[in-house]
Design a protein around this ligand. Structure first.
Ligand code: 5AD
Ligand code: SF4
Length: 428
């Protein structure tokens, strides 16, 4: 999400005559795009700002700006606390950046943090930087109004709004023509994508079909789905198109019915497992990944065991696992207590991580001997004699390079694995 936003900012500023540079020592403006989802994300930014003071002593004219969710959350308070920050820009105010940089250059300090009900940056073609030239993100909607009790996003990114589907399809087509072979459609809750049109509304399943039709050689992925909205209609569309990747990220957050209710997730473990069964029914080869939070307010050992049980039942291929971090202004902060001691949170998180490690390894071991179509993304980090790519299930596969080029599709037979990677050989 933040990378996609930075690409929009890059585009707005390049159009205004600014240039992106590789080396920070040559910068006149430093823009830091930030996340506010957990406290440690914000602490990292504070540390970075301290480190940048040395650079500013050398280059006294350099101006630093904070963009994104942390800017939105703290607004001018951040400028009061961090004296080397000259400008603050919330996620819906990026179009004002060129103007702001003018004023900031003249010595002003400024903050623009108004949220919008309509801004989607639909007309802006993002600048793809730091790109492998093969995979890209397309933002299809912004904001979230699910108000999960622990989550700061509805407050930092504002109300949900969807982007005109035509502009999404055009962006996908333009990427394909430039040689890209995979797009990931992004939103906080893609299932509630909806574009109102007199000729007929476009929902997320229709949008997926439209993007899949751009070209059969263009892979389509998406993130993130809220389990409460994952429809059979979407699963059917995923089954209908070979180039829609068979991988679903379905954040569970907890396996306990009581905790899910407290989190305002609006599904029960039974409902969630029913959705998992639906995925297995429509898409037998689909991989499933998740997010989970350990140590939410009032979580008992029994609740924690229910989460471990959920992991054993679903057998995720991958999970992003977090310790609960109390965030200002959320429902949890106003009405609940962060009452699980840190060492207990850590121990529970470690138990989830250990279990997930075993499951991921076992899942991967089942892939040994199978052949997958792999989109080659680049040279392996370990050896320049090897390439890596992903299969439809989003699993990384490493193999000896031969005379294959990044961007090609190849068939690879899996010969070995670790918990994180499949290792194979060319099968064509
Ligand atoms: N503490 C810990 N994890 C959180 N997430 C969101 N808010 C918090 C929080 N306050 C996690 C959720 C979400 C992912 C993006 O970040 O698991 O799905
Ligand atoms: Fe946060 Fe919940 Fe919205 Fe995801 S769905 S961004 S966890 S409020």
């Amino acid at each position: 999400m933040n990378l996609a936003d930075s690409e929009i900012v890059g585009s707005i500023l390049t159009k205004a005559g600014y240039a992106l540079i590789r080396n920070i020592d040559e910068a006149d403006f430093i823009l830091i795009n930030t996340c506010a989802i957990r406290d440690n994300a914000e602490q990292r930014i504070r540390k970075r700002l301290r480190e940048l003071r040395a650079l500013q002593r050398q280059r006294t004219w350099v101006k630093i700006g904070i963009l994104g969710c942390m800017a939105e959350r703290l607004k001018t308070q951040l400028m009061e606390e961090e004296e080397n920050v000259s400008f603050i820009v919330g996620p819906d105010a990026y179009r004002q950046l060129p103007d702001m940089l003018h004023h900031v250059n003249d010595g002003e300090r400024m903050a623009e943090t108004l949220l919008s009900d309509t801004e989607t940056y639909a007309d802006i073609e993002p600048i793809r930087y730091d790109t492998n030239g093969i995979t890209a993100y397309i933002s299809i909607m912004r904001g979230c109004q699910n108000y999960c009790a622990y989550c700061v996003v509805p407050y930092t990114r504002g109300r949900e709004r969807s982007r005109n589907p035509e502009t999404i399809v055009n962006e996908a087509r333009s990427l394909f023509e430039k040689g890209f072979r995979e797009v990931t459609l992004l939103g906080q809750n893609v299932n509630s994508y909806r574009w109102h049109d007199p000729a007929g509304d476009v929902g997320f399943p229709q949008l997926m079909a439209m993007v899949a039709q751009v070209n059969p050689l263009l892979r389509v992925r998406f993130a993130t789905s809220h389990p409460k909205d994952l429809s059979d209609e979407l699963l059917q569309v995923m089954a209908d198109y070979d180039n829609i990747c068979k991988c679903i990220h379905l954040p569970v957050q907890s396996g306990s019915e009581r905790i899910l209710k407290l989190m305002n997730r609006r599904y029960t473990p039974e409902w969630y497992l029913d959705r998992i069964n639906a995925i297995r029914r429509y898409l037998p080869t689909c991989s499933i990944t998740t997010d989970v939070i350990a140590g939410f307010c009032t979580e008992t050992e029994e609740d924690h065991q229910a989460t471990l049980d959920m992991f054993r039942r679903v057998r995720y291929d991958y999970a992003y696992m977090f310790k609960f971090s109390m965030r200002p202004n959320t429902y949890a902060e106003k009405h609940l207590q962060d009452d699980i001691p840190d060492d207990v949170k850590t121990r529970r998180l470690e138990e989830i991580i250990a279990l997930q490690g075993e499951i991921a390894l076992e899942n991967n071991q089942k892939e040994v001997g199978k052949t997958f179509e792999v989109l080659v993304e680049g040279v392996s980090h370990r050896s320049d004699q090897q390439l890596f790519g992903r299969n439809s299930q989003n699993k990384v596969i490493v193999f000896d390079r031969g005379d294959i080029q990044p961007g090609q599709y190849v068939n690879v037979r899996v010969t070995r694995c670790t918990a994180a990677t499949l290792i194979g050989e060319l099968a064509n």
